[in-house]
Design a protein around this ligand. Structure first.
Ligand code: ADP
Ligand code: ADP
Length: 229
């Protein structure tokens, strides 16, 4: 089945240039276990689309369904719960809480989901070990390298076994070698957990590795053929 579905999605920022829509009437879906790349020039609306799919912003028109639930029909609290349970986010900057250790950061989504500390701790530990951070559990973000911080962010995104991970240039701030390592790790964990992935990226070499490649251009989402990527 589909984990995310967007129908006739439109977004116009009230403060935007001449109130021009970023896009209008976009249709999008991602199937269970499917990996989808979204390419597009800077300013094309990739982040906007990802925010709408993740329920972090409200569309001007159209509907988003996450795990079959209509986002606009939910209260803010219910939308937050659904987001925490069904989606994982990884951004260009790690957004880990600086005062908390890697372990505590990775435990938070589990605690927010209503589980107790023992459950949160054991799941967070297992995931941090699987991203190669078993020896960094008690380190705070400031004591980790850039690659380690992104790997901790990946662990946090996956700890609730979400249906889909939404990645906005998750390796965009890393050097090429570290970026490749983090990307491979994300693909490997996604496959192992059968988690879907929607990845916004500038990097066509990364995009080529995913099941489907789309390009956002002039407010339209078009499928890019494999040999064109
Ligand atoms: P991309 O991620 O492809 O670089 P964005 O989604 O960030 O594109 O931006 C798409 C367009 O919307 C750009 O023209 C940008 O300036 C505008 N935009 C993005 N966020 C806002 C905002 N909060 N308020 C007004 N305009 C915005
Ligand atoms: P990675 O390939 O994961 O980015 P590095 O080779 O950059 O790792 O770093 C190796 C070690 O050096 C890390 O485990 C970390 O302890 C330390 N380190 C690297 N960069 C930083 C930093 N900016 N702040 C604190 N410690 C760092």
């Amino acid at each position: 089945g589909e984990v995310i579905r967007a129908e006739r999605l439109g977004k116009t920022y009230a403060e935007g240039k001449l109130h021009t829509p970023v896009f209008d009437g976009l249709d999008f879906h991602v199937d269970a276990g499917e990996t989808v790349a979204i390419l597009g020039a800077s300013g094309a609306g990739k982040s906007t689309l990802l925010h709408l799919l993740g329920g972090l912003d409200t569309p001007t028109s159209g509907e988003v369904y996450v795990a079959g639930q209509k986002m606009s029909a939910l209260s803010d609290a219910a939308r937050g719960q659904l987001r925490n349970r069904a989606l994982g986010f990884v951004y260009q900057f790690h957004h880990l809480l600086p005062e908390f250790t890697a372990l505590e950061n990775a435990m938070l989504p589990v605690l927010l989901g209503g589980s107790g500390v023992p459950e949160a701790s054991s799941r967070a530990k297992a995931l941090l070990e699987s991203v190669g951070l078993g020896h960094r559990l008690e380190h705070k973000p400031g004591e980790l390298s850039g690659g380690e911080r992104q790997r901790a962010a990946v662990a946090r995104a996956l700890v609730n076994r979400p249906a889909c991970v939404l990645g906005d240039e998750p390796t965009g701030n890393l050097d090429e070698k570290t970026a490749a390592t983090v990307f491979e790790l994300m693909l490997e964990l996604n496959r192992a957990q059968r988690t879907s992935l929607v990845l916004v990226t500038h990097d066509r070499r990364l995009a080529r590795r995913l099941d489907r490649v789309l390009e956002l251009h002039d407010g339209k989402l078009r499928q890019v053929a494999r040999d064109e990527v």
